[in-house]
Design a protein around this ligand. Sequence first.
Ligand code: GLN
Length: 188
Amino acid sequence: MRIGVLALQGAVQEHERALRRLGAEVVQVRLPVDLDGVSGLVLPGGESTVMARYLDEYGLGRAIRDRAAAGMALFGVCAGAILLCEEVDGRPGALGLLPAKATRNAYGRQLASFEETIDSPVGRFAGLFIRAPRLEALGATETLARRATERGGEAVLLRYGGVLAASFHPELSGDDRLHEYFLRLAAA
Ligand code: GLN
């Protein structure tokens, strides 16, 4: 199965390695043509404002929306999750493929990065949060995992059909189970 990793900017290699360990054929996606034959696309962490600008300039945003409508699965991590959300900081998001709201850099400076164990559909997972957004499901979007905080169990993993979004970085934990979960979505 061929899986693309959006390679405009950000933490691309760690996703490539995880996907290859799981036996996927991995291609870097920079232009619409790179999406040919791709069953799933990972949108990595990085800087969502920079990636959103490139998506527009290279005509990739439109190509991704077309391919998603035709059944391509998507996995957005941190900045990648922000790109997928319908609403970002009260404005329309770049791709708008996930009924959800994102608040960028929601955990403030002191908590800019932290680690927390997440109860996920693949079992307990070491969640690494790096200048993470706060996510909130809208409409038919399912919340697959939440933080167990006093502030009310914020969503950290969302799914809407073949669209998966995490506010933490599974590619940095050395644990490939969420990538494996994504490959099953892409195969479906
Ligand atoms: N704070 C970044 C943004 O808003 C996301 C950080 C990350 O991807 N680790 O785009």
